[in-house]
Design a protein around this ligand. Structure first.
Ligand SMILES: Cc1cc2nc3c(=O)[nH]c(=O)nc-3n(C[C@H](O)[C@H](O)[C@H](O)COP(=O)(O)OP(=O)(O)OC[C@H]3O[C@@H](n4cnc5c(N)ncnc54)[C@H](O)[C@@H]3O)c2cc1C
Length: 281
């Protein structure tokens, strides 16, 4: 097995292109290292030395994070709102100091807490191979509902850009036992509500429950153009459609996850109602 520690993106892409599917990329290595003996790849690429660890504001309401940025670096940043909450919710310090943003996006069930939030912030990935760059809507990467997300074998995630989380953005992680950190279900939402109280855009995503985070476009579509009320919330909860895909594991059954989805989405939607009533009074 060849181990590479490239110093630039270009060098990384050339190695990736040479070994393609016989090669493994290590972001922080927290998920991949334990699998290396079993997978027995021809090449392993460590991303530690490539200059993709950064967090920057790219427009007044947009942020870009380099793919090798550690989850602990997000925690140290002031203006990331709900993203700070999501980062803090991930495991313990040892994992957060190693795990990267790129790795969390491709982590798959039951992980991907940052990724759940990023999907409601209309995140886009900048992905590159020797053939050039492409911008990939994170929702498209998660498009195949019943499979783990995958890039082409010679592609590298360079960065993710997304709308700055504001007070309209919520992230909740439900754990079985306090402090276990691994979620049974995560919910992220972003509602844009106009001055009259009508929802002009809705983003609602669930995570830790299927192969990757997933937006519930049926609920989103239902909420668009509506004004929140007890009745509308009730109807929205009945429309949760992604629960048909919930997986079971040692922490929870599909049915339990479905119940939690309703309970916590109700709480979040009621919080928006409180926000609106405060605006009016
Ligand atoms: C004990 C434990 C507890 C955890 N708890 C949580 C939790 O509470 N919440 C949570 O969300 N996650 C949790 N995780 C998962 C953790 O967040 C992931 O391990 C992490 O996100 C993966 O990051 P990594 O950088 O180590 O990825 P790696 O293990 O290095 O890689 C994961 C995958 O991404 C690919 N990859 C990585 N970077 C790139 C890139 N730039 N371009 C292309 N492909 C890339 C790798 O090839 C691999 O397929 C936990 C993990 C452990 C071990």
């Amino acid at each position: 097995m060849n181990i590479f520690i490239p110093k630039s993106v270009q060098e990384t892409l050339e190695i990736l292109n040479k070994y393609c599917s016989e090669c493994i990329i290590l972001g922080g290595g927290t998920l991949t290292v334990p699998m290396i003996s079993e997978l027995n790849p021809r090449a392993v690429i460590l991303l530690d030395k490539i200059p993709l660890s950064y967090i920057k504001q790219i427009e007044s309401k947009k942020i870009e994070i380099g793919s090798t940025t550690k989850i602990s670096s997000i925690m140290g940043h002031d203006n990331l709102g709900a993203l700070n909450i999501a980062a803090k919710s991930i495991s313990g310090w040892a994992i957060r100091n190693m795990a990267t943003v790129g790795g969390n996006i491709l982590a798959g069930f039951p992980w991907g807490d940052l990724a759940t939030l990023l999907t409601v912030l209309d995140a886009e990935l900048l992905v590159e191979s020797v053939n050039g760059e492409r911008v990939l809507d994170l929702g498209k990467l998660y498009g195949d509902e019943e499979k783990r997300p995958k890039l082409q074998s010679n592609e590298l995630i360079k960065s993710v850009s997304f709308l700055s989380p504001d007070s309209n953005t919520y992230f909740i992680k439900v754990e079985r036992f306090k402090g276990t950190k691994r979620g049974i279900l995560t919910i992220a939402t972003r509602l844009i509500i106009d001055k009259e109280g009508y929802i002009t855009a809705a983003r609602i995503a669930f995570g830790s429950a299927f192969y990757h985070p997933l937006r519930d476009k049926i609920v989103e579509e239902f909420l668009k153009g509506k004004m929140l009320s007890a009745d509308i919330i009730e109807k929205a909860l009945e429309k949760i459609s992604v629960s048909r895909l919930f997986l079971k594991d040692s922490l929870a059954s599909e049915q339990y996850r479905s119940k939690l989805a309703k309970i916590y989405l109700r709480r979040i939607l009621e919080s928006y109602m409180i926000q609106i009533s405060r605006r009016v009074t």
